[in-house]
Ligand binder design. Structure first.
Ligand SMILES: Nc1nc2c(ncn2[C@@H]2O[C@H](COP(=O)(O)OP(=O)(O)OP(=O)(O)O)[C@@H](O)[C@H]2O)c(=O)[nH]1
Ligand SMILES: [Mg+2]
Length: 617
């Protein structure tokens, strides 16, 4: 076997927020891929708008730097469990990984998940205890926990002998000596060169696995992946082997390698490198691109199954078609199926209704990011409450179960435990650091986690941190009754909300909209503590009389409305409700808009309930 000493391929993996992208900033900056005094900012790789707004990585990305004549291809991955599919998608390209661990948090649920994947793939790990600059850093303790984790997950003895560096990605330094401060990232660059095996190369006909796709309006589809065998040049005649075993011939347009944020056009690329190719008319992630001399597919990329599903439907609200650029079934269907080309852990299925699609993903965030992306592209549609995906295994009904880690201040233990007990969570561990910070671990069915985040953040006044990872399927443990406290205020008429009407509504609960907001019958305009929904006429004006009764009527002071983000809205709704998503608005609505029909539906489900009993105000 030959090796390419001039290349190293590494993936950066960690739990969410442990500093991966920030460390990549440092590697890019210190390897001088930018012009002197070029302004590049922070989290350079988190380029898409949603990543920047949320400060998280959503898509795995390739970049490269050169250090002492060696090209280091770097793959930054997302740490959030919902985007675990991205890690699985790209990890094949690497020979080694940097496992980052926050010096305060220590190993977290997703640390275990990504390390397990990396060790299974036999990547050579380099442990980087990161954020050493944090005042509460507990380096020795964290190192001990990391060693325990390796003991548990290693698939062979040699994996237990891993190098450790101590770093502050943000301050741009790393050192191999615990307790010392470094000056720059050279020790990390050196460790990568020394520890990560150079890619083994095979001579022979070209073969590459497509791990990522990009699109350029001039060049068309761009396939990104690692070359496993042979070489490639522009104008080569190659084949794409797809999942159905079909071959499509094409001529290579351009060949690129990575450097910093750029792609560099090259005349030839060789096995071991991570490259980008143009020219293929169609290609999907997981396909093999190869020479017609030896058309053998590489193993396809395996990603874990989705655990959460919801419906995406054509907008059926009375306001449909007003705010979106794309609102037809055909457009929605096309867009959803197109997403499957790159979003590997997503599933889309047709349903009995031609206007509704079942979309499954790895968690609420995975799905809500898709919703937000589509809304920004100009789509309007409606989505249902997410549900856990249950399965029948050996004739038994099984459901996904997650491990949930919660970090809160002591004073919130009571409320959080109470919230979780209604959601079938079981505490498995609790640790108090003696300074008022508590970490609790639970096992909880996925169905119990749905809608939990908003409630948790409210209960902990936004201070709590929660993380969950899928652990497996377990026997179904029964339904959870609605976890939403109270019911909703529903508009009884179509029109425009006015102060007077909203003021009446506020006597019954909290409202979600401002005066001047167009509403339709069946739209949810607020929340109430009452056990049943209440229909309210928020468009109702005060009757005009000639006599002004009192001055207090003139200036009604409304409580400001409670505005929900997309995720909060999805968390909030119940099964008989929908979120209407358009580029301009997020509205909540009842599935059945007409009040009389809703009452009938309710009565038929609750036999003891007299249909007539009005809830109108
Ligand atoms: N104190 C300190 N903070 C850091 C350091 N590195 C990153 N951070 C901060 O930690 C937060 C998360 O950093 P990111 O680099 O986005 O973390 P990430 O691992 O890429 O996060 P995901 O991609 O979303 O999983 C940011 O607010 C950073 O400023 C560090 O070395 N020290
Ligand atoms: Mg990141």
């Amino acid at each position: 076997m030959k090796y390419r000493e001039d290349i190293r391929n590494i993936a950066i993996i960690a739990h969410v927020d442990h500093g991966k992208t920030t460390l990549v900033d440092g590697l890019l900056k210190q390897s001088k891929v930018f012009r002197e005094n070029q302004q590049v900012g922070e989290l350079i790789l988190d380029q898409n708008a949603l990543e920047r707004e949320r400060g998280i990585t959503i898509l795995a990305k390739n970049t490269a730097v050169t250090y002492r004549g060696v090209k280091i291809n770097i793959i930054d991955t997302p740490g959030h469990a919902d985007f675990g599919g991205e890690v699985e998608r790209v990890i094949n390209m690497a020979d080694g990984c940097l496992l980052l661990i926050d010096a305060v948090d220590g190993p977290m649920p997703q640390t275990r998940v990504v390390l397990k994947k990396a060790l299974e793939k036999r990547l050579k790990p380099i442990v980087v205890i990161n954020k050493i600059d944090r005042p509460q850093a507990r380096v020795a303790e964290v190192l001990g926990l990391v060693q325990d984790l390796f003991l548990e997950l290693a698939t062979s003895d040699d994996q237990l002998d891993f190098p450790v560096l101590y770093a502050s990605g943000r301050e741009g330094w790393a050192t191999s000596e615990q307790g010392k401060r470094g000056n720059n990232l050279e020790p990390l660059f050196e460790a990568i060169l020394r520890e990560v095996p150079p890619p083994a190369i095979e001579e022979g006909p070209f073969q590459m696995l497509v791990s990522n796709l990009d699109y350029d309006s001039h060049k068309g589809k761009i396939a990104i992946g690692r070359i496993w065998r042979g070489r490639v040049s522009p104008h080569d005649q190659l084949l794409v082997l797809d999942k159905n075993g079909e071959n499509t011939a094409f001529e290579v347009g351009e060949v690129f390698t990575h450097l910093g944020l750029k792609r560099i056009e090259v005349e030839e690329a060789e096995a071991g490198d991570i490259i980008a190719l143009t020219g293929m008319p169609k290609v999907s992630i997981g396909d093999t691109i190869c020479s017609p001399e030896k058309p053998v597919p590489l193993p396809r990329i395996e990603v874990s199954e989705p655990t959460v599903k919801m419906t995406f439907g054509v907008n059926t609200s009375p306001f449909a078609g007003r705010e979106g650029k794309y609102s037809t079934t055909r457009q929605l269907r096309e867009r959803l199926y197109r997403e499957l080309e790159t979003n590997l852990s997503l599933r889309v299925q047709d349903t009995d209704s031609p206007d509704t699609f079942l979309v499954s993903g790895r968690g609420e965030l995975h799905l809500s990011i898709l919703i937000e992306t589509m809304r920004r592209e100009g789509y309007e549609f409606e989505v249902s409450k997410p549900e856990a995906i249950v399965k029948e295994i050996d004739g038994k009904l099984m459901e996904p179960v997650e491990s949930l880690t919660i970090d809160i201040k002591e004073e919130f233990i009571g409320v959080v435990t109470e919230l979780l007990s209604t959601r079938q969570a079981q505490m498995t561990n609790m640790h108090n650091d003696g300074k008022g910070n508590v970490r609790m671990e639970f096992r909880i069915p996925t169905k119990g986690l749905i809608g939990f985040r908003s409630a948790f953040l409210t209960a902990t006044r936004g201070e709590g941190v929660m993380n969950s990872v899928f652990v497996g399927y377990e026997p179904w443990s029964g339904d959870i009754s609605s976890t939403r406290s109270g019911s909703v205020l529903v508009a009884s008429e179509t029109g425009v909300a006015v102060t007077y009407g909203l003021n009446n509504a506020q006597e019954r609960g909290i409202t979600f909209i401002e005066p001047g907001t167009p509403v339709y019958e069946g739209m949810i305009v607020g929340q109430t503590n009452r056990p049943r929904d209440i229909a309210v006429n928020v468009c109702k004006e005060k009757k005009l009389t000639n006599i002004r009764s009192s001055t207090s009527d003139i200036a009604i002071k409304l409580t400001p409305p409670l505005k929900m983000s997309l995720e909060q809205a999805i968390d909030f709704i119940n099964k008989d409700e929908l979120v209407e998503v358009t580029p301009q608005n997020i509205r909540l609505r009842k599935k059945i808009l007409k009040e009389s029909m809703r009452l009938r539906a309710y009565a038929s489900e609750h036999k003891d309930y007299p249909e007539k009993e009005a809830t109108r105000s």
